[in-house]
Design a protein around this ligand. Structure first.
Ligand code: GLC
Length: 590
């Protein structure tokens, strides 16, 4: 136990590994990853050196949005296993010293959730409809939606039901938004938190945390202009009718009471796409406790953007009551970072536009420089993991996987893609959700429908056959043949692989850094405009020492500060200089 890693505060400096369960590991051969698959890979996670796993939704769902359309918040999708499997997985995790975080989706339910089914049956003006956001339409017979807002996945944000009323959905129409002014919703989620906490869950990731509170009553919906649209998530003045409203914090204060019923108190991290100056409200330990800082995830490989991301992340943490910083390079919603860094670089305000354009044309518009992308991803992980606070790794990031841009359109699952198919304006997020390669030799043959993809085997994602001896189904999203080079077993044996680097980085971080405080523990080292360098107090072999992380973005190699080099992301130059797009970790000479 270290200073920041006590019984109650385990999350403050944790390395959290995000699992997208349907694509992690399939044990029963149905082509979908399952809970038992996570249990099977617990040793892999332990060896990697993570402190916690966060599971994206594994609940019963019709998969209108990769499981973020939840039919029953207190159960396991039968295709992914049973509650017994879940309990066994938690026991295995805890046995390996790994905490478990589950994803809670409180902004919307599935349209198959019992509440929504009741609302449809009960009709206009009923108590059951009040759990959602139903309104009358415009036009002579209410045939027009209440206003012209578009959903985040494309198409109108309002859907009409049989009796003529319309309901609101920020995301897909299968994801009706709930009404947080209704007490039943509060009870449903409090019960859900208690249910999972009683099953040993240590914390929660809160989906769309900035969207729960809605005020659609104060002004006529029709008169709300574009600045108050669904799309405008970073509205700065708290006047948006749905994003980042002040009342949302009352909800989190109420949940905190529930989290604190447990010992240690349950932890929560919010997905809140708000301006950095507002993050601290969500992250207060009177509320969720932590919030994702997405500035790295939004950045390309650009020294100014990266530096700004660190400064803002530290500032946000400094402003909170008891929270810590968080660092995220990738997740299940954004193009993989090794790809982003290997595509042409644009300033961050264009976010992922280059990657999105590239995806839209199946990876054909720009050259993806994989060597460069890998080199930068290696440099990035050292820069990131030396920082104070929690770090979130997305499955496959540790293998250095690239985005899969050329999944055929008819195999895509993301509503972002299917809803815009006609206009073909967005290929969606499936390219980072392809089932993981575990075993290089379990090599598929080139598929009959596209020779770049595999067929007949799945790099160890699924077993060869199901329990009844019939061959396993194909993975739910197709795997490209180039996954062979990234299979976990191959990388585990390769001292130069991304996996080996992640393992050493996490080991060094755990040994040197977790005891040394948060945002106030970092000092900048000024090594010029093209360099991000910082120091932190460290413990090395039982004694106080000074740790430094140096990343060179500039073309010319730079001399490292005097000290013992612990780890580098690339080979140093002959004279010991740190070349471009490389990072080093050192212990400084006193
Ligand atoms: C969050 C999830 C994303 C999902 C959306 C709707 O942004 O990360 O995957 O589509 O919420 O639930």
């Amino acid at each position: 136990m270290t200073a920041n890693n006590t019984h109650d505060d385990w999350w403050k400096q944790a390395v959290v590994y995000q699992i997208y369960p349907r694509s992690f590991k399939d044990v029963n051969g149905d082509g979908l990853g399952d809970i038992a698959g996570i249990t099977e890979k617990m040793n892999y996670l332990k060896t990697l050196g993570v402190d916690a796993i966060w599971l994206s939704p594994f609940y019963p769902s019709e998969l209108a949005d990769g499981g973020y359309d939840v039919i029953d918040y207190r159960n396991v999708d039968p295709r992914l296993g049973t509650m017994n499997d879940f309990d066994a997985m938690v026991a295995a995790a805890h046995g390996s010293g790994i905490k478990v975080i589950v994803d809670i989706v409180p902004n919307h339910t599935s349209d198959k959730h019992r509440f929504f089914q009741e609302a449809l049956k009960a009709g206009r003006g009923s108590a059951a409809r009040d759990r959602y956001i139903f309104r009358e339409g415009r036009g002579k017979n209410g045939e027009l939606p209440p206003n012209d807002w578009q959903s985040l996945f494309g198409g109108p944000a309002w859907e009409r039901v049989d009796d003529g009323q319309w309901y609101f959905h920020i995301f897909a129409k299968e994801q009706p938004d709930v009404n947080w002014k209704n007490p039943d919703i509060h009870e449903e989620f409090k019960e859900t938190f208690r249910f999972w906490s009683d099953h040993g869950v240590d914390g929660f990731r809160i989906d769309v945390a900035h969207g729960l509170a809605k005020d659609f009553d104060s002004e006529s919906l029709e008169q709300l202009g574009a600045e108050f649209s669904v799309q405008n998530q970073e509205n700065r003045d708290g006047r948006s009718p749905m994003w980042d409203r002040p009342e949302v914090h009352d909800i989190y204060k109420e949940w905190r009471q529930v989290f604190n019923e447990y010992n240690p108190p349950r932890f929560a991290v919010g997905e809140a796409w708000v301006i950095p100056e507002h993050q601290y409200l969500y992250a207060s330990t009177d509320e969720l406790g932590q919030v994702f800082n997405f500035e790295f995830a939004k950045s390309n490989w650009n020294v100014d953007d990266m530096r700004k991301a660190i400064v803002e992340g530290l500032d946000a943490a400094a402003r909170t009551n008891g929270s810590t910083s968080t660092w995220v390079m990738s997740n299940h919603d954004i193009p993989r970072n090794a790809t982003r860094y290997g595509l042409p670089q644009v300033p961050s305000h264009e976010k992922h536009q280059v990657a999105k354009d590239w995806l839209l044309r199946d990876g054909k518009t720009y050259f993806e420089d994989r060597k460069l992308g890998t080199r930068r991803a290696r440099a990035a992980v050292l820069m990131e993991m030396g920082l104070p606070g929690s770090v979130y790794i997305y499955q496959g990031e540790e293998l250095g996987l690239f985005e899969v841009p050329d999944i055929p359109w008819n195999r895509l699952e993301d509503p972002n893609a299917s809803r815009t198919k006609q206009a073909a304006s967005d290929k969606g997020r499936d390219g980072c959700r392809v089932p993981l390669p575990w075993v290089a030799d379990d090599e598929p043959k080139p598929a009959s429908w596209d020779k770049n993809f595999g067929e007949g085997a799945s790099f160890g994602f699924s077993p060869a056959s199901k329990a009844d001896g019939t061959p396993s189904e194909a993975p739910h999203l197709p795997q490209p043949l180039w996954f062979k080079d990234f299979a976990a077993d191959k990388e585990a044996d390769d001292p130069t692989s991304m996996l080996t680097l992640y393992r050493s980085v996490l080991k060094n971080r755990a040994e040197l850094l977790t005891a040394t405080g948060d945002y106030d523990s970092l000092d900048w080292l000024d090594m010029g405009d093209d360099v991000i360098a910082y120091t932190r107090p460290a413990i090395y072999q039982g004694s106080a020492s000074t740790f430094a992380s140096v990343t060179n973005f500039g073309a010319a190699p730079i001399a490292l500060p005097k000290g013992r080099v612990l780890l580098t992301s690339a080979e140093l130059a002959e004279d010991g200089g740190l070349p471009q797009d490389a990072s080093a970790w050192l212990l400084l000479d006193e």
